[in-house]
Every structure is written in C-alpha cells, then in structure tokens.
Ligand binder design. Sequence first.
Ligand code: AMP
Ligand code: MG
Length: 318
Amino acid sequence: MIIHDYHNAAALLNQGQLVAIPTETVYGLAANGFDGNAIAQIYEVKNRPQFNPLILHSNSLERFKAWGIELPAAALKLAAAFSPGPITFVVPKSNWVPDIVTAGQSSVAIRIPNHALTLQLLSSLDFPLAAPSANLSGTVSPTTAQHVEEQLGEQIGAVLEGGECKIGLESSIVSFVNEQPQLLRLGGLSIEAIENVLGQKLDLSKLINNENPEAPGMLSKHYAPSIPLRIGIPADFYSTYAKSEIAFIGFQNAQADLLPQNQFILSPEGSIEEAAQKLFAALKMAEKCQVKIIVAESFPNQHLGRAINDRLSRAAKN
Ligand code: AMP
Ligand code: MG
C-alpha cells in the first residue's frame, strides 16, 4: 500500500512493522533500529544474508550522540560538508545498537538522508531507522515508490510516497575505524569530493570491484536484472542476437543499429549526475523489454561514473 502521510508511517514503525521510505539515494526498507524483532523481518523479507549489516538513519548527529554514537574529527568535517546527504559513516557502536544491526561487529554505519519528508518522519520517532535498500537481495534497487510496491508491496506495512530519488545511487560508505578513512562502497558522493574535503587520500583497498585486480573473483553479484547484462558490444554480437533481442543502456548516444524502443539513454546532455539518477529505473525498464540480453555502455571512470560502472559490473556478474 502506498501512503502519503508520514504520521501513518510513524504509527506503523512504532508498532514494529516495516515501512519503505524515500531517500535521495534509493528507497529504504525501514524498521525500528532498536527493535531486534522488527529488524529480523527486514532480513526475512529481503532474503538478505544475516552477515550483511544495516545502516541506521536519523535526522541529526545530536540524536546519534544521545544514543552513544559519535563521529571522530575527520568524519565531522565530511558531515559538515555533505550531511544530510549520500554519505554513510562507519564508527564504533554503542550499547543502544542491537547486534542484529551490525551483524555482530563492533562498528555501526550511520547516515542522515537528505529527503524532507523522511527527515520529518525521523524527527518524529524515538529511535533511528535501520534501512537497507527496499528490494529483494541481489536485485536492482528501487528509485520510485512504485518500484517498491511492485516487488514488496504485499509483504510490508506500507510504502511512503516521496517521489523519484534525486541521486539514484546508494550512499558512499566511509569507515573511520582505522587511522586512515577507508572507502567501503562507491556511491552517490564521488571519491574526488570526499578526498577534497578530508584533505587526505581515502584507503581504497577494501573496494571490491573490477578495478581492484587483487580481488578479481570477489566481484559480488548484485543489482542484477532478471535478463543477462553485459558491458560493451563485441564484434560478433549481431550474428548471435537479432536486433529485437537486445536492449541498450547508454550514456549520451543511441545505437543506430538497435531498436529505438529498447534503448535507454541516461543523459543526452552528458550529465553524469543525471545518468546516475536514471540508472536503476533504466535497468528495470530494460528488464521489461522482451529481449534476451541487456547491453550497457561503460561510463567515464571518474566522479559518479565510477559508481555507475561498479553497479553495472555487479549486474553483469554471472
Ligand atoms: P544497503 O543498506 O543494502 O545499502 O547495505 C548497507 C551496506 O553498509 C552493506 O554493504 C554493509 O556491508 C555496509 N555496512 C553496514 N554496517 C557496516 C559496518 N558496521 N561495517 C562495515 N560496513 C557496514
Ligand atoms: Mg542494497
């Protein structure tokens, strides 16, 4: 059920139910972050592995502080520049945080989402919201309320309507557990922007993606559409597939050889932010074309283009 009033969302969350919430990154599947039973339902509904910890969301750093969760100086600098926004901080946990949130780890991930309605909801609650993306584990993340309703509507209390997600990629995750800040996930805030404000380099050694040759086999399948996806068009492609069997996701230009109705061009004007914002919806539309394969272009590998390439590589993993 799609609802529009955050008070109704708050009532459901107070009862221990799951509510999908809008954020600027993607829609989240939220539960009371201090209620182990409510959180267990998140894992169940998403079919999410228990070892994959969740991010806690609230509306201010002061509230996290009241729950015993504090940011070190470097993280505060980033928060001043980018929070509320698409950045998640991993810091030492407090006793307020149940083990099911952190998958037993001694650190916790926190974020302040930049979405007016969800900030109102968060400030009306006495607890933070644990919220991973509101999709079945491994599938494409939702960027509209309708996406969530289609996949999970029957199984959850409600979806709070908050419009199309403005960023469209998950948050960038930075860990402050070690001396040097470490990037754990490429996301809606670029490496360049983060390093610029930090005034130091991020440790990128934990990034598991196709750019890290030390971990070639570790590229985890994720963000996967129901139709196979590959990156780039090999020479013999058109002898393997008929034109009508191919959907295309590109940055600025359509492919002259392919059917116009099966092509999703993310930003004809070449804005990488616009391309990021449209990526997941395009994957979902391509899934619905009657095709055998989705072909995606490789994006310029800088700024948000890196995060787009990361998501496409995971979608392409078989
Ligand atoms: P999702 O909410 O589905 O976007 O995923 C949340 C991501 O945050 C997961 O990939 C986790 O690995 C990461 N994460 C959450 N909590 C922690 C933590 N305490 N330490 C490291 N990574 C975390
Ligand atoms: Mg997810």
